[in-house]
Design a binder for this molecule. Structure first.
Ligand SMILES: [Ca+2]
Ligand SMILES: [Ca+2]
Ligand SMILES: [Ca+2]
Ligand SMILES: [Ca+2]
Length: 393
């Protein structure tokens, strides 16, 4: 006979109740685990999307370099950059990706979108050939730093007035060695005695030639800037280390423009140089530079022609400056930014291409991914809207 013990009965109930609770807990646990994995899968999926579009953008950069190199290898007039309306410089589609060539305008630093073009290195002052005086006239330059630049690149150990040779570098902590040889890159300026990022790179932290919001908010977000509503450029904007020209004699090394005694001489492309750069040349000043730039802007395509400078000035003459002017240059910066299919995976690489030889050659490459978004706030908004539309589909 079966005995129904009240205690056993209630025990069974308790057990069933406990099992139910455990099952509920386990289910709840499983649900949260599922949710957790679903969530992380979602992020993995998103991350994979970003990586995929990053690859697309990288491919686009390679394609953009090939396109630019092709343009430079087939110049109508060697030594002159093609007019920007004769090639695709912005929102260029390549496969599913899109690229832009980030360029420079004429002193127009406040804009929501950068200028898109290739950049002429001949528009800048040659850091290895500029005199101390020319360097001193560059914006925000100090006499000390100009002297330190000259001491850095000259082969002797004689300290220029206000300059710095090996001893000064030996007293640094940590110490470093002076180069006593020409600059190979403009970034090398950061190694010169007395260098600081604001002096060398200025407020343009993402190197796109326009004033982005973080570059005009003081210390609120990097870089430190003076929040004065205009973009204060660093030295890298005005100087170059390139200036080779094609040599007539076979077998001779390209060594730049040379004078009668065979020394290299500094020349600046008067058709592309900024006011700031033209101002520092002997016989020039801010007013003459400004007149040259505004006259030039009204001229239309210039090619290699420099005759126009004879009509450009209201008064004063350019006799002293003439020897520093040229209408041709052979090194160009190709600064490519790209995004993938859905506007994600932003990538950016800067190249310098030398066209002084038989074929264009890439002589410098710098990865600018870490400098972040560089296409300005308008394009940012457009791409965000585009991405939202994609999501809603
Ligand atoms: Ca020296
Ligand atoms: Ca900027
Ligand atoms: Ca800032
Ligand atoms: Ca500023």
């Amino acid at each position: 006979m079966e005995i129904h013990s009240p205690s056993r009965h209630s025990f069974r109930h308790r057990t069933q109740g406990s099992v139910l609770i455990i099952v509920m807990w386990v289910s709840l646990g499983l649900v949260s685990v599922t949710l957790y994995f679903a969530h992380s899968m979602y992020f993995e999926f998103k991350a994979a999307g970003n990586v995929y579009e990053g690859h697309q953008a990288q491919q686009a950069i390679d394609g953009a370099l090939r396109y630019a190199t092709y343009l430079l290898a087939n110049l109508e007039e060697p030594g002159t950059l093609p007019e920007v309306d004769t090639y695709v410089a912005q929102q260029a589609l390549i496969g599913e990706a899109t690229f832009w060539y980030i360029g420079r305008g004429q002193e127009s630093s406040i804009a929501a979108t950068p200028v898109f073009s290739l950049v002429d290195e001949g528009s800048k002052l040659n850091l290895n050939l500029a005199t101390q005086e020319m360097l001193e006239y560059l914006p925000n330059m100090s006499a000390d730093f100009a002297a330190a630049i000259v001491d850095w690149r000259d082969e002797d150990d004689e300290v220029s007035e206000n300059g710095a040779e090996g001893d000064a570098y030996g007293r640094l902590n940590p110490t470093r060695q002076i180069k006593n040889a020409p600059f190979d890159t403009v970034d090398e300026l950061m190694l010169v005695y007395g260098a600081d990022p604001l002096l060398v790179y200025g407020e343009d932290a993402n190197c796109n030639g326009i004033l982005d919001s973080n570059e005009n908010d003081g210390d609120a977000s990097p870089p430190a800037d003076n929040a004065n509503g205009s973009l204060d450029f660093g030295l890298v904007e005005y100087v170059t280390v390139y200036g080779k020209v094609p040599q007539e004699d076979e077998g001779e090394q390209n060594s730049g423009n040379t004078n009668e005694s065979g020394e290299e001489t500094l020349q600046v492309n008067v058709n592309t140089a900024s006011e700031a750069v033209l101002s520092v040349l002997p016989g020039m000043d801010a007013s003459k530079a400004q007149q040259l730039v505004s006259y030039r802007a009204a001229q239309g395509p210039l090619g290699a022609d420099t005759e126009w400078i004879n009509q450009a000035l209201d008064d004063g003459d350019l006799t002293q400056a003439q020897e520093y002017f040229t209408g041709v240059s052979y090194q160009y910066t190709i600064d490519v930014a790209a995004v993938g299919k859905n506007g994600k995976g932003f990538r950016r690489t800067q190249f310098v291409v030398d066209t002084a030889g038989e074929e264009p050659v890439v002589i410098y490459r710098k990865d600018l991914d870490r400098q972040g978004w560089a296409l300005g706030q308008n394009l940012r908004q457009e791409l965000n809207q585009f991405m939202q539309q994609q999501r809603q589909r």
